[in-house]
Ligand binder design. Structure first.
Ligand code: NAP
Length: 333
């Protein structure tokens, strides 16, 4: 592309929202350019089984679904680039998008679909032993815990889904939850309660993750226990475990847009009901702007809607210029 080339739409992020936006924008003949980021496919790409995406009554794996999303978008002309956006400038139009590979791109419109990343516990040992017994992905790391005992931290859908998955490998899975009531959906609770390999520690938090080895003589550290505190009784115990899997929610990936877009206190990009962000011509879809639903199907739907709004925006831009399009599309944040 020449330096003067202006893309009609750039999509940042390759989760269900990004790929669906790419599909819709491609079918609208906008030749979208999508930057995948480092985690291609987003969170669903590390999900073992997706059972609630309509159209697949037998379920399919997360990577299979992501591959289908990408194939379908490319079939209609979406251009997928394996690159990481590290800077945006929405203060000028056309907007500027810079990538880790040194690319500088200009675009009439942008769809932000950078999703969310797993939250951390922020306890001693968590960071140090990530990859040595601490994990945020049962699907990725479960295999290494065959016959072992592990802890799963959290009480939401992710904790139970991954906990159930981990029982394929682990001899015992202990769910450590800070309350005595799970947040997860009923169907997952029923499955987890029926699974004989899963036990529970209620009203309990992890205070520290402990490891052996890793003392500079060449042996890597290895998690051996977690220090647990019962919030009701105050009792502290050193609970033996081979692994700690952490599923305590997610934080939106909005750092890139600080100072460029309106972002709420929890870090979500603010949008109106039609997925306009605070700068006219910039749209956001999926978990980057959705603290509520966060499903593959809802993110995909939001991506489709954002692309449809882009099409409208570009129509007005071409017919009447940026100011008119901005007034039409920038009011409701
Ligand atoms: P979530 O629903 O936000 O649950 C996070 C869990 O972690 C909660 O139980 C929370 O406890 C606990 N927690 C948060 N901070 C903690 C801390 N510092 N220390 C200890 N515990 C902490 O997150 P999620 O399970 O990742 O799910 C995110 C979204 O994805 C949800 O909308 C969920 O429905 C969806 N999802 C769906 C499926 C599916 O449909 N199959 C699978 C996975 C995820 P409290 O309960 O006390 O707040």
């Amino acid at each position: 592309m020449s330096d003067n080339h202006v893309e009609q739409v750039i999509i940042i992020g390759s989760g269900p929202a990004g790929y669906t936006a790419a599909l819709y924008a491609a079918r609208a003949d906008l030749s979208p350019l999508l930057f995948t980021g480092n985690e291609i496919g987003g969170q669903v790409a590390i999900t073992y089984e997706v059972e609630n995406y309509p159209g697949f009554p037998d379920g399919l794996t997360g990577p299979e679904l992501v591959e289908k999303f990408q194939k379908q978008a490319e079939k209609f002309g979406a251009r997928i680039q394996y690159d990481w956006v590290n800077e945006v400038d929405f203060s000028q139009h056309p907007f500027v998008v810079r990538t880790a590979n040194g690319g500088e791109h200009r675009a009439e419109s942008v769809i932000v679909s950078t999703g969310a990343t797993h939250r951390k516990l922020d306890v001693p040992g968590e960071k140090e032993y990530t990859g040595f017994g601490v994990s945020y992905c049962g699907t990725c790391d479960g295999f290494f815990f065959r016959g072992k005992e592990v802890i799963v931290v959290g009480g939401g859908d992710s904790a139970l889904e991954e906990g159930i998955f981990l029982t394929k490998f682990a001899a015992k899975v202990t769910v450590v939850h800070r309350r005595e009531e799970l947040r997860a959906s009923k169907i997952l609770q029923d499955r987890a309660f029926a699974n004989p390999k899963i036990e529970y520690k209620w009203n309990t938090v992890v205070e520290r993750i402990n490891a052996a080895g890793g003392d500079g003589n060449g042996t890597p550290p290895k998690v051996v226990s977690a220090t647990l505190r019962n919030l009701k009784t105050g009792e502290v115990e050193d609970f033996r475990t081979d692994g700690v899997f952490i599923f305590v929610g997610h934080t939106p990936n909005s750092q890139l847009f600080q100072g460029q877009l309106a972002i709420d206190e929890a870090g979500y990009v603010q949008t109106d009901r039609r997925y306009h962000a605070s700068v006219p011509g910039v749209f956001a879809a999926g978990e980057i702007q959705d603290p509520v639903f966060r499903q593959v199907i809802t993110s995909a739907g939001q991506g489709a809607a954002a692309a449809m709004q882009v099409e409208k925006f570009l129509g007005e831009l071409k017919a009447h210029g940026y100011h008119h399009a901005a007034v039409e599309h920038g009011l409701a944040v």
